[in-house]
Design a protein around this ligand. Structure first.
Ligand code: IMP
Ligand code: MG
Length: 183
């Protein structure tokens, strides 16, 4: 694995984003809607840096089936329907890759009648977007590599790493899906 962003770099990026968000929503209250599961670490750090009246909600969406590193069909869990009507909503996700997850969730939440809706992602992968929308707040632009850590997973592993690392091509195929060991 190759470290792309250290814990300290991430912390500075999240603090900068929190400052931008706070200026954007000055004098208002904000509902952050995190996308499970990849956004949890970012969301937890971001909300603690916001000096605003904040509500937190979650949606569950999965575009990655099993361990595949390329997106499949997006599935939104019906039990996670956040209270968004009449509220200022900020959708929070770990990474903007093709953008299909974010675009789909923004449309879905917009139908629930928020006062406003914007989006924030920690990472945006270069040259991968397949949708017209772009996130309003972006922490870091990264190259088109498969990354793990700080909430992002491979086969549900590595979410706990405090830094962000890129997996090498051979690590993407050789790691055992449940033990995480090279087989
Ligand atoms: P999109 O719909 O193609 O933008 O994909 C967004 C989702 O795919 C994110 O919420 C992540 O869960 C996942 N994803 C995309 N790229 C990576 C990656 O490099 N590592 C881990 N997960 C990723
Ligand atoms: Mg995700």
């Amino acid at each position: 694995m190759q470290e792309l962003l250290s814990a300290e770099e991430i912390e500075r990026g999240v603090a900068r984003m929190a400052g931008e968000i706070q200026r954007g929503y000055a004098g208002r209250s904000l509902t952050l809607v995190g996308v499970l599961t990849g956004s949890i670490v970012f969301l937890a750090d971001l909300i603690r840096k916001l000096d605003l009246p904040v509500r937190v909600a979650l949606v569950q969406a999965r575009s990655y089936r099993g361990g595949a590193t390329r997106p499949g069909r997006l599935v939104v869990h019906p039990d996670f329907t956040p209270d968004v009507a009449g509220r200022d909503i900020l959708l929070v996700d770990d990474i903007f890759d093709t953008g299909q997850t974010l675009a789909h969730l923004l449309d879905m939440l917009d139908e629930l009648g928020p006062t406003s809706i914007h989006s924030a992602v920690l990472l945006r992968k270069s040259g991968r977007a397949k949708v017209a929308c772009t996130p309003d707040y972006v922490g870091f632009e990264i190259p088109d590599r498969f990354v793990v850590g700080y909430g992002l997973d491979y086969h549900d592993l590595y979410r706990h790493l405090p830094y962000l690392a890129a997996l090498e091509e051979h690590e993407l195929t050789e790691l055992h899906p449940t033990t995480g060991r090279v087989s």
